[in-house]
Design a protein around this ligand. Sequence first.
Ligand code: MRU
Length: 346
Amino acid sequence: MRTIDWINGGIELIDQTLLPGRLEIARIETVDALIGAIRRLAVRGAPALGVAGALGVALAASSEPGPAERDAAVARLRAARPTAVNLAWGVDQAAACLPGGFPGVLARALEIRDDDVAACVSMGVYGAALLTELAPARDRLAVMTVCNTGGLAAVERGTALGVIQTLHERGALAEALAMETRPLLQGARLTAWELARMGAPYRLVADSAGPFLLARGHADAVVIGADRIAADGDTANKIGSYALALGARRAGVPFVVVAPETTIDMSTPTGAAIAIEDRPAGEITEIRGVRLAPDGAAALNPAFDVTPHDLITAIVTDRRVIRLDRGETLATVSPGSRAVEGSGLR
Ligand code: MRU
């Protein structure tokens, strides 16, 4: 099952707003419908947004009446969400093929889709090996994670949750501790759904309990995904990641970021330059249409935070492991081959 795909001239994607109650496929035939799906998080997660961006350009090339409308639609799509660099990257990759016409754009978008599958397999292998190395005394590891970084956040298999899945497949997972991930509950709704489907042992954790559980020794490692990794290793990811990193440092627990090479943005020097998406106040003041806060209550709702690189033990990509705890950096460790070679990205 794929989270997002190109079927019969349009995009089909799992509508993640309906999970875990209903597994439904939404068909998207215009760029504006895709932008709406991205904004309401029907499709979400950095790698899936990269694929959505690329396929969206194919949609623009096939459905917009002329070049001016097409280019305007591509620009709107690129700006649909600001933090995950993969969206703009996917749009740019496919848009670069526009001069050759629709077939070339679609071919590039499908290449990006297929490459995501290979990249996630590789991250699983590299990440599982690293976690095993970081906790050598354990036969089976307890791993804490936040948000949803599984197949739903990518195409078939995930990044940080892909590492947990690989450990599980090898019989090396004691349990996954999944943060519920307020306010939109990607952990409680989506990660729990994925862990149950893979038959992995897991427990849900209220966001505020994470650092305390780390202090009490409940996890051997924390693994998170990323929406954008700056040149110095500072990492934007779902709100709550920074608190876990602080708790992990205090408890002496390894804190590992897992993301494809395409999430690294060397043009952004540090985390301070990463645009953080502000989400609507209603996501805090209400839950699924039920009012929680008094009428008129204001709210501040950043969708992401930035974990400074000095709190990160290592960054795992599909092509390298960068041990920040040993003084390695994105500049000093060059990308190598995939753990399992698939199609190579240009
Ligand atoms: O707001 P979301 O659900 O798109 O946020 C997703 C995350 O923060 C993920 O951790 C990140 O995109 C990596 S997904 C492999």
